[in-house]
Design a protein around this ligand. Structure first.
Ligand code: ADP
Length: 287
């Protein structure tokens, strides 16, 4: 599998209509993809341990998707390979009154990663150019005329690009993943959520309403991805009708970014080695 096929760094346009959501790559079947799970977990564990020990770069992983595309499962898959001490997950819900009283990046900045850490955003500030755009929710917020007279979303794309550039230039990687499912697949997933009592809780009344805006969302995703894909902070559009395929791709994306960082355990100086040898003697000769 070549993750470059799914990578958008601004050099080519992302056309959602040309994108096959059902891809399975070169895997023979689901079993073969899932057999990679152990390898992914081992690779992730080793890399994360070094990232944490080195404490230089931080990593922000953003998941965006239509409902039932498998965001939660993808987060679980990634988390299963990671030392919980080195990771945090944040879910971005409808903004609170306090959040709406600030600029839209405020709530994300507060929980951005620390050096050595991996932070996962389940939804993100991209909601402010997706759901907000689709439903013109910005009109319900008290914004001054001078702001509203511009194309607010073009401005936000620029602001997001600048924010991510700022993170990158300060030692943080931003990995943006769009789990791309088809409308048919969403219908299948919704029906499962309705038919399976154990999954009923996952289905909200609003899900059907939002499905009615499918085409508007696709346009908003296409625009946002094209406007904010850069070589430093690329988008990955992951075919997600087959969740097992999506998870394998996501693991490869994260592993390859961590490999690019190539974190190293801190080098122990000669002085420190001597000191450690002294402590060793003390412990051995303890009465
Ligand atoms: P999820 O679907 O991520 O599992 P929820 O069912 O609680 O979680 O959905 C969160 C909801 O919050 C989504 O409908 C999403 O569009 C909405 N949301 C997130 N950020 C914003 C925002 N900035 N403005 C309006 N709605 C938002």
């Amino acid at each position: 599998m070549n993750i470059k096929d799914f990578r958008f760094d601004g050099s080519k346009k992302f056309k959602i209509k040309n994108f096959d959501t059902k891809q399975e790559g070169s895997f023979k079947d689901r079993q073969e993809a899932e057999s990679r799970r152990e390898d992914h977990i081992m690779e992730l564990q080793g890399l994360q341990d070094r990232l944490y020990a080195e404490g230089k770069e931080g990593v922000l992983i953003i998941f965006q998707a239509m409902d039932a595309a498998g965001k939660d499962g993808a987060v679980k898959y990634v988390m299963s390979g990671i030392n919980p001490a080195g990771v945090s997950v944040h879910n971005f819900k409808v903004p609170s009154t306090e959040e709406l009283a600030h600029d839209y990046l405020w709530r994300a900045m507060k929980v951005a990663p620390q050096r050595g850490m991996i932070t996962i955003f389940n939804r993100s500030y991209y909601e402010d150019v997706l759901v907000v755009k689709v439903h013109s929710l910005h009109k319900k917020v008290s914004l001054p005329e001078r702001v509203l007279k511009n194309d607010i979303f073009e401005d936000r794309y620029k602001q997001i690009k600048n924010y991510e550039k700022h993170l990158h230039e300060n030692g943080f990687r931003v990995i943006k993943i769009f789990l791309n499912i088809s409308k048919d697949e969403q219908k299948k997933q919704f029906l499962q959520r309705i038919d399976d009592p154990a999954k009923n809780w996952k289905f909200g009344d609003g899900d059907i309403v939002e499905r009615g805006y499918w085409d508007n969302y696709m346009e908003a995703y296409e625009d946002a991805i094209n406007a904010t894909s850069t070589p430093e902070c690329p988008w990955y559009v992951v075919p997600s009708d087959k969740k097992w395929f999506a998870r394998a791709v996501i693991a490869e994306i994260i592993v390859s970014t961590l490999e690019e960082i190539d974190p190293k355990y801190p080098v122990v100086s000669e002085d420190r080695k001597k000191k450690l040898a002294e402590f060793r003697e003390l412990l051995i000769n303890e009465k």
